[in-house]
Design a protein around this ligand. Structure first.
Ligand code: NAP
Length: 322
């Protein structure tokens, strides 16, 4: 069957990672269903394909609506995830029950493969986020044999919530917090490489025989402090650093998560920072999938330009005046 005759359902396609996955798969020619709580928020994705190729469908993440979304699909991708719990959004519902129901629907509807985005370092972390991600992986493994789990480190890209958040903070705040002394090490991975890994997991049959779990990490290991230093160098700020022990950051996280809206920091996120987020070497990597990971330096400076004081052309304007 050619790709134009195969349908892929993407849960969470409106999100940061999901949109790159939709774009990548649409460029391959697949028909895409984007299952979303608000399909109108997925309309922008239709421009990634030809007319009618990408179709947003309503999914309230109940068992019935998951089944309806999965019905008739050849492949299913799950990129749904949350970073903190708020109101009715719990880690258990989003990271355990939802993937389990998706996996069960895949089994019932004879889907060829389910690709699930999990997270790196979840076996060593004490956070509730990590525990729920790990339990979600186990639930999938129990419910549907033909699955691939991808575990990315922190993901970077134009719409990311990590580099952009700290760049904004560096612009506005007089000091930058170094939680736990800024020693936590990450191995940031490019969002387009994650999308490429999803495509490979679907298309490369040999890879499937290798492992069920793949660790997706970039070419560099970098500490939290070094991340902040790089961001400051790119956007041209020189804020001082203030070291914040984990216990103090947890107290701060507790109070910040009581505020309305998206919390700046939660206790659980501080717990996540207490262990490094790097490849364990226990599972195959991006390279084992035949993908050369992209360096941060090639991508991050381009999209952080928008945070440069006075705008991206500030430096050239200044030199023009001289
Ligand atoms: N971003 C990273 O650095 C990173 C690192 C490691 C792992 N991951 C994992 O990669 C996956 C994708 O991450 P992402 O950054 O692309 O996530 P995201 O943009 O925050 O969200 C993905 C999608 O999840 C859906 N969703 C379902 N229930 C939700 C709820 N209660 N609250 C908010 N959104 C909800 C939303 O789709 P609808 O509104 O259309 O329903 C949303 O577009 C997740 O599983 C995440 O855990 C991400």
């Amino acid at each position: 069957m050619n790709k134009q005759e195969q349908t892929i359902c993407v849960f969470g396609g409106t999100g940061f990672v999901g949109r790159y996955v939709v774009q990548k798969l649409a460029h391959q020619g697949y028909r895409i269903k984007v299952a979303s709580r608000s399909p109108q928020s997925a309309y922008f994705l239709r421009t990634y394909g030809v007319v009618g190729q990408i179709v947003p469908v309503l999914c309230d993440y109940s068992e019935d609506s998951i089944k309806a979304a999965v019905k008739g699909c050849d492949y299913v991708i799950n990129t749904v995830g949350i970073l903190y719990e708020k109101g009715k959004s719990s880690f258990e519902k989003t990271h355990e029950t939802l993937p389990e129901n998706i996996a069960k629907a895949c089994a019932k509807e004879n889907v060829k493969k389910l690709v699930h985005i999990s997270a790196l370092g979840i076996e060593d972390s004490q956070s509730k986020y990590a525990k729920s991600k790990l339990d979600g992986e186990k639930a999938i493994a129990k419910s549907f044999e033909n699955h691939i789990i991808l575990r990315p480190s922190i993901i970077f890209g134009p719409e990311d919530d990590f580099f952009n958040r700290f760049a904004k903070m560096a612009k506005l705040s007089p000091v930058l917090p170094l939680i736990g002394g800024g020693k936590t090490v990450f191995q940031p991975v490019y969002v387009n490489d994650v999308a490429e890994a999803v495509k490979t997991a679907i298309e490369n049959k040999e890879i499937n025989a290798t492992s069920k779990v793949f660790e997706l990490a970039g070419p560099e290991k970098i500490s939290f402090r070094e991340v902040l230093e790089r961001i400051q160098a790119i956007i041209g700020t020189d804020r001082a650093y203030i070291s914040l022990p984990f216990w103090l950051a947890k107290i701060q996280g507790f109070f910040l998560s009581l505020l309305p809206g998206e919390p700046m920091l939660t206790v659980d996120q501080v717990k996540s920072l207490q262990s490094d987020n790097v490849e364990s070497g226990k599972s195959p990597s991006l390279q084992d999938m035949g993908i050369i990971p992209t360096a941060m330096g090639l991508v991050v400076p381009r999209y952080l330009e928008r945070h440069v004081a006075g705008g991206k052309f500030a430096a050239s304007r200044k030199s023009a005046k001289v």
